[in-house]
Design a protein around this ligand. Structure first.
Ligand code: GNR
Ligand code: NI
Length: 175
């Protein structure tokens, strides 16, 4: 297993639709293991493959309470098949946007069809943080970040802040 580097916005690899997975093989299970290690280390409640520069429709999540047992969930080629009419506003963050938070309105519950890490087709309903996170991660697979739901002015301010952060990190790494 290996920790992978999480890409920071802006990066063209975060803006592209990711490629569907064709076979769930050993290499895929190794990628999934690396993604969980990277997500728990960060720490975060979800991670999408494009965030580590991998062009594949793969998501890992764990929105279980921090004081309880882990509930790792892998979604390959996920598709939203149902959304509630009821909407819910939730404060979101993103590992590709360090220290940025914003309110995003999304359906309260969603049904998602996906392949699990064994390649089995699964359909599951999500609510609460799981529903918010599942939609946030599927957005990543479609090249969309949560700041795309905010106003243009706010988004530009955040993008400028992230460019500055990346410049400072590159400078620190060179020393
Ligand atoms: O760790 C994360 N927390 C979070 C909080 C509210 C809504 C979505 C998320 S996902 C985020 C990790 C991440 O960036 N996943 O892509
Ligand atoms: Ni994210």
């Amino acid at each position: 297993m290996a920790l992978r580097t999480i890409l920071i916005h802006p990066d063209p690899r975060l803006k592209r639709a990711a490629k569907p997975v064709e076979t769930v093989d050993k290499a895929m299970r190794r990628l999934i293991a690396d993604m969980f290690e990277t997500m728990y280390d960060a720490p975060g409640v979800g991670l999408a493959a494009p965030q580590i520069g991998v062009d594949a429709r793969v998501v890992v999540m764990d929105c279980a309470p921090k004081d309880g047992p882990r509930e790792p969930l892998t979604m390959i080629n996920p598709e939203v098949v149902r959304t509630s009419e009821e909407l819910n506003e939730h404060e979101e963050g993103c590992l590709s946007l360090p220290d940025v938070y914003g309110l995003v309105t999304r359906p309260t519950t969603v049904g998602v069809r996906f392949l699990d890490e064994t390649g089995k087709l699964v359909e599951r309903d999500f609510d609460g943080l799981w529903a918010t996170c599942a939609q946030h991660e599927i957005d990543h697979l479609n090249g969309r970040l949560f700041i795309d739901y905010l106003g243009a002015a706010r988004r530009m301010m955040i993008t400028d802040r992230m460019k500055k952060l990346k410049r400072e990190r590159a400078k620190a790494a060179a020393h």
